[in-house]
Design a protein around this ligand. Structure first.
Ligand SMILES: *Cc1c(COP(=O)(O)O)cnc(C)c1O
Length: 421
């Protein structure tokens, strides 16, 4: 039996309607920016495997560090114990995060980091005796697939079965420089009619919405208004974290810093699943008490797994290296030239780039997960490129180690698609 047939026998894939979905593609190895299928065909990983493997797949330095850790300590309960990899990682994170971040709470994926961020905001007010039961979020935001995260997400086209179980969420549109005053008015109104505990937002880029971008100056007054009303600001940097927008974190580009930050995806360089929710001393102090019940009673069995910590620690070493910083600049520069070319094309609208991200819309009608999307996916696959269009949005977020030749091959696969339309 082929691997595809064996897969079909027992595996239920995510985001997949198995009845109508085309066959899945077995990948048997990956190195740098390349994925290899069973016939040794290669595909350039144009989205860094969902923004995780940003230093390239199977990076020798990450492997070396995780392998060394494997022989030392594999797993330990993180309640009552600690270990070197977690401590070292917390120190490295605090060094590169916005200065107000002081404490690191570990979990194991992006959804749990936002779930924990939301719980921190709700319990912060609970511990202070405030009755605040609502979370504020952006329209079209995405924060994960667990219940709290899903409630805060607005991309719930397929979440119908769960909607009546959602937590309380109110929404504002993502502001532009033209709409900011209207959005602020709307928010002022919501603050008088709702008990808002926290505001969760994806800084500068809404990933799952199709890499929608907005300016730092537009969100700054919203965060200010939140802060002056003791609404806890939760930056969901699960996608934007670790350099995708230029600086290490998108929040660095925004004048008002978040109270809480959610990190996952590239955190561990794509080697291991892990997430962290970081916060300021002020948040931590609201849980610090002789009263047991004021603590944060949230844990996952694999919290701060030593191998994941070792992988994340090694990832940060790479992130801050000259080599990666230079390479990121090279990619961002190449993107700018590509974008200039794209803008001239008649079938393309809304071309945008920030850091290593490029996105644009095809000027044609289509469904987010429909047939045409599958055809686009096939086109890129046939060109030896892995891109994953979202509806009519095509975007690139390549690993930082993608070579100029590989980058050109991604661009050419887009050119040839546009010429075929
Ligand atoms: C991917 C993502 C999540 C969810 O992370 P998972 O690890 O898939 O649970 C949350 N927020 C943002 C902004 C994301 O991009």
């Amino acid at each position: 039996m082929s691997l595809q047939e064996r897969d079909k026998a027992h595996i239920w894939h995510p985001l997949t309607q198995h009845k109508t979905h085309p066959d899945v593609l077995p990948i048997h190895k990956a190195k740098g920016a390349l994925l290899y299928d069973e016939n040794e065909n290669t595909y350039i990983d144009g989205i860094a495997s969902w923004y995780t493997c940003i230093y390239g797949h199977c990076h020798p330095y990450i492997i070396e560090k995780v392998y060394a850790q494997m022989q030392q300590l594999d797993q330990i309960v993180f309640s009552g114990f600690t270990h070197q990899p977690a401590v070292e990682l917390s120190e490295k994170l605090i060094r590169i995060l916005p200065q107000n971040q002081q404490k690191v709470f570990f979990s194991d994926n992006g959804s749990t980091t936002t779930e924990i961020g939301i719980k921190m905001a709700l319990q912060y007010h609970y511990n202070k005796g405030n009755s605040r039961n609502t979370i504020l979020a952006f329209e079209e935001g995405f924060h994960g697939d667990t219940f709290g995260a899903m409630s805060a997400s607005d991309l719930s086209v397929y979440n119908g079965p769960f909607e009546e179980h959602f937590i309380n969420v109110v929404r504002i549109p993502v502001p532009t420089m033209d709409t900011i005053d209207a959005v602020l008015e709307q928010l002022k109104q919501l603050i008088t009619t709702h008990q808002i505990a926290g505001f969760i937002y994806e800084p500068l880029v809404q990933g799952a919405a199709g890499m929608k971008m907005y300016p730092a100056e537009a969100i700054h007054p919203i965060l200010e208004l939140c802060k002056s009303n003791e609404i806890i600001c939760i930056a969901d940097e699960v996608m934007t974290g670790f350099g995708k927008t230029g600086p290490h974190f998108a929040s660095e580009s925004i004048a008002t810093k978040p109270d809480i930050m959610c990190l996952s995806k590239a955190l561990t360089a794509g080697m291991m699943p892990m997430g962290v929710t970081t916060c300021t001393q002020k948040i931590y102090d609201a849980f610090y008490s002789n009263d047991m019940g004021k603590g944060l009673f949230h844990a996952h069995t694999y919290t701060a797994n030593p191998l994941a910590c070792a992988s994340a620690s090694a990832g940060i070493d790479l992130l801050v290296s000259d080599e990666i910083q230079q390479s990121k600049k090279r990619i961002a520069q190449a993107h700018i030239e590509f974008v200039n070319r794209l803008e001239k094309h008649s079938k393309v609208t809304n071309v945008r780039t920030l850091g290593v991200i490029v996105a644009f819309e095809l000027d044609i009608k289509m469904e987010r997960y429909g047939k045409l999307r599958d055809q686009l996916f096939e086109h890129f696959k046939n060109q030896g490129v892995y891109l994953r269009p979202l509806g009519s949005t095509i975007y690139i977020l390549p690993p930082y180690v993608t070579t100029t030749d590989q980058l050109n091959k991604i661009y050419q696969s887009i050119d040839s698609l546009l010429n075929s339309l």
